[in-house]
Design a protein around this ligand. Structure first.
Ligand code: ADP
Ligand code: MG
Length: 460
């Protein structure tokens, strides 16, 4: 079987390309071939699903023989025992406190990480990351960076609202990269920790050591970099570290809650350096992505608790009703599972509604026209009074129209109601404003980005 698969792999590598091959097909093992079904063992469900969707035809093609066609692929998921691949859903709690890469990393790396960096969450792997439209670009970029080599995405800048998977992706890059390059020094920390270490080094007069340690890493990852905005000497130090590493061709990965240009109090030269690489954003989740995440987490849980019973429509209900972010979605699911395993009851729609009443209520919280006007005024740095006032200058009128547009999109108010809240304007004026923005959305990239960001802020 191994020989047969070995041959097939050689052909597949050329047909799907080495990247795809290494990521998706190499982790598989062919275990049997009978009655037109090829049986595989896959380390994660994610890999087998992906392979089934994207490469089934190729695999079937190379495995079929005259008179012995292969028609389908079947996968058994067997998590690999190798360090770093163990899924926490299947492993004990001891594993979750140990940085996943540490077993494979040399002592110096471990020392460095213990000293400077933050531990990596072993659950945050690519295998556990559900890919959908809103995050597919960020995921693809993260995968590419994790491969190492001359990618040209330096820095990789990931941004997006709270709980959309930035930290998860960064840890996944670190795990994956460390596994491919066991001797490399990967340093992950939050911008807050960066500042803390920096201040500590200043206080203890160990700033040269501090600089030296940062300059020696192969990959530096700084999470939530918006935190250092306005903190001048930390920014300065960050800038130098950043430049030194980029000049040496070391990979940098940064995350923030918004695009570099939108981070107030961040120096211009840093913004422009940050913008040199690849900037990708994680969009707010869609129903499909939320459902995918719920299904994947449920499956993980079921591996531990095979008798878990979830009624039909429960996951769909949650995906529909909990739209804020993935963290809240996960929390809801965890509570449901705990409930189910304590009471040994099937989770029906009624149980879910009762058990999650508080979460469902806050998710129902309506966005108000007030919120919208305030956020938009703040963003464009105009006075709140100008939102409802008579000024017609473009720099006032445009933000006002954006606020009208968002009011229509994000609230259930009618045009006349919106008109009243914008200083008693006529509903035709509101309609005109909304149309104008709709037009601009397709013509003017800056406006489209502003609107997307404001929407994200309001919905967060
Ligand atoms: P952020 O850093 O953007 O605020 P996190 O990476 O901390 O968000 O994600 C919040 C939680 O949601 C984490 O537990 C993470 O594992 C989970 N999560 C987010 N996106 C996904 C995804 N696409 N697939 C699986 N889990 C996800
Ligand atoms: Mg985060």
């Amino acid at each position: 079987m191994d020989d047969l698969w070995g041959e097939a792999c050689a052909t597949l590598e050329t047909s799907v390309g080495p990247n795809n091959f290494n990521h998706w097909i190499k982790p598989l093992r062919l275990t049997g071939l009978e009655s037109g079904i090829a049986h595989f063992v896959s380390p994660t469900r994610f890999i087998s699903d992906w392979v089934n969707r994207h490469f089934a035809k190729d695999i079937i093609g190379v495995l079929s023989r005259p008179g012995q066609p292969v028609e389908r692929l079947r996968f058994d998921v067997v998590p690999q025992a190798a360090p770093g691949r163990a899924r926490s859903a299947a492993s004990g709690s001891a594993a979750s406190v140990r940085p996943v890469a540490s077993a494979a990393a040399p002592a110096t790396t471990r020392a460095l990480r213990a000293d400077l960096g933050a531990p990596l969450d072993p659950r945050y792997t690519f295998g556990n990351f559900v890919v959908g439209k809103p995050n597919e670009l960020a995921h693809a970029a993260a995968r590419r960076v994790a491969e190492g080599g001359p990618v040209g995405f330096n820095p990789l800048f990931l941004y997006g609202g709270v709980g959309l998977g930035k930290t998860h992706l960064m840890h996944a890059i670190a795990h994956d990269y460390q596994m491919r390059h066991p001797a490399a020094q990967v340093l992950y920390l939050s911008a807050e920790q960066f500042m803390y270490r920096f201040v500590q080094a200043l206080r203890e007069s160990t700033i040269m050591d501090f600089k030296g340690m940062f300059r020696n890493v192969n990959m530096l990852m700084v999470d939530d970099v918006q935190f250092i905005a306005g903190k001048d000497s930390t920014q300065e130090e960050f800038f130098h570290t950043f430049n030194a590493l980029v000049d040496q061709g070391k990979q940098i990965v940064i995350s923030a809650d918004r695009a570099p240009a939108e981070i107030k109090g961040l120096e211009e030269r840093i913004k422009s350096r940050l913008s040199c690489g690849l900037i990708v954003d994680l969009h707010p989740t869609t129903y499909e992505l939320r459902l995918g995440i719920l299904q994947s987490k449920t499956e993980g849980f079921r591996a531990q608790q095979p008798d878990l019973q979830i009624g039909t429509g429960v996951l769909e209900f949650l995906a529909h009703r909990i739209t804020t972010n993935v963290r809240v979605l996960e929390g809801a699911l965890q509570r449901l599972f705990a409930h189910a395993s304590l009471l040994r009851r099937e989770i029906t729609l009624e149980v879910a509604q009762e058990c999650l009443a508080d979460i469902l209520r806050t998710n129902d919280r309506k966005i108000s026209i007030d919120d919208i006007q305030r956020k938009v005024a703040e963003h464009y740095n105009i006075r709140l009074a100008d939102m409802v006032g008579p000024k017609r200058a473009r720099n006032i009128a445009r933000p006002r129209q954006i606020a009208m547009y968002l009011s229509k999109q994000l609230t259930s108010r009618s045009l006349p109601e919106i008109g009243r809240r914008f200083g008693g304007r006529d509903h035709t004026t509101i309609m005109h404003g909304i149309r104008k923005i709709e037009e601009l959305l397709s013509e003017d990239k800056a406006i489209a980005e502003d609107v997307a960001m404001l929407k994200r802020l309001l919905e967060a």
